[in-house]
Write a protein that binds this ligand. Structure first.
Ligand SMILES: [Zn+2]
Length: 328
């Protein structure tokens, strides 16, 4: 499959131009690294790839295969013992159960390394060239400093936030987490980092039942309408804009859809799309480099999740194209 993707070596020559598509990182292990009997809907990654490749605007995207994440990048946000225990296959049964990607398979280890590598590569892309880039997985916001939970092993948002500040020298990073579940791991890892702003819009009556404290928590109730939801999103985006961030990390989970089996909300595909456009409008208006992380999506049938994620990446790519052409 490698022939279908650009290698990292080719990125050097791929400067953004009006014809430059949005870079999305993807690896087949995002699907294949999860056991086929797992309750987690692993096929969503390969199904989304097929959908984006057959989309009439498929030239909007460039799919790139990530490298495995550097261990030093994981250690910027995580406990060394936890990182070592995971990478060496020595998590306890209890720790694995809390993560929940069972039946557990050793392939989860390289999967996680590639998934985190996709996130850090997307960050590196926007650091260097601006615009919007994404990882076609991740948004692992329930991973904490020294344990994983809720399908999340390492926290790609926290790792990227700290890399942006400490490695790339940005002054302010805003994390917009619009997944239906609260970004609890991100909030706790970054709680003492004043130049990383965490904002979570989530369903109050949903997992995690013991919430963390984000810089701004904007919960909504399970019976919220599209309008009430979008009003909270607007509030969140205003808070982010006032913070004047140098980079936005966007957790774009679509598990708020009415069809979602874990979400509890009753939002429409159109509301999700409006939400995404509100984020990308701000990226565009203020020329803020933005990284898209997929987040949750567990609709039954899964096609509704794929629809909403297709909308997400199409709108991200359209906004990226405008941002890049404005720079030239
Ligand atoms: Zn979620």
């Amino acid at each position: 499959m490698s022939g279908e993707y650009e290698t990292s070596d080719q990125q050097e020559t791929n400067h953004n131009s009006p014809k430059t598509p949005m870079k999305i990182w993807y690896h087949e292990i995002y699907t294949n690294g999860i056991h086929p009997d797992a309750r987690f809907p692993r096929d969503r990654y390969v199904k989304l790839l097929d959908r984006l490749k057959s989309h009439e605007g498929s030239e909007l995207f460039s799919f790139n295969e990530p490298k495995e994440v550097l261990k030093s990048d994981l250690l910027i946000a995580h406990d060394a013992k936890y990182v070592d225990d995971f990478l060496s296959g020595n998590l306890t049964e209890k720790e694995i159960k809390r993560i929940g990607l069972t039946p557990w398979t050793p392939d989860i280890i390289p999967r996680t390394r590639y998934l985190m590598g996709g996130a850090t590569a997307a960050l590196e892309q926007v650091v260097e060239y601006g615009g919007i880039a994404g990882n076609m997985a991740g948004g692992t916001h329930h991973a904490h400093y020294d344990f994983g939970s809720g399908y999340c092993i390492f926290n790609d948002l926290a790792v990227c936030a700290l890399l942006a500040l400490e490695k790339y020298g940005f002054d302010r990073v805003a994390i917009l987490d619009f997944d239906v579940h609260q970004g609890d791991g991100t909030a706790t890892i970054l709680q003492n980092i004043s130049n990383a702003l965490t904002i979570s819009v989530h369903c109050q009556e949903n997992f995690p039942f013991r919430k963390s404290i984000s810089d701004h928590d904007l919960p909504i109730s399970a019976d919220a309408t599209n309008e009430e939801y979008l009003a909270k999103i607007k509030q969140a985006i205003t808070l982010a804009t006032e913070f004047n961030p140098d980079v936005i990390l966007y957790q774009a989970g679509v598990d708020g859809l009415a069809t979602d089996s874990l979400g509890k909300l009753n939002l429409t595909r159109d509301a999700m799309q409006q939400r995404n456009r509100m984020v990308f409008d701000i990226s565009l208006k203020h020329s803020i480099p933005t990284v898209v992380f997929m987040g949750g999506g567990y609709s039954k049938p899964i096609s509704h999740t794929i629809d909403a994620f297709t909308d997400l990446f199409v709108d991200a790519a359209l906004a990226n194209g405008k941002m890049v052409s404005e720079k030239l």
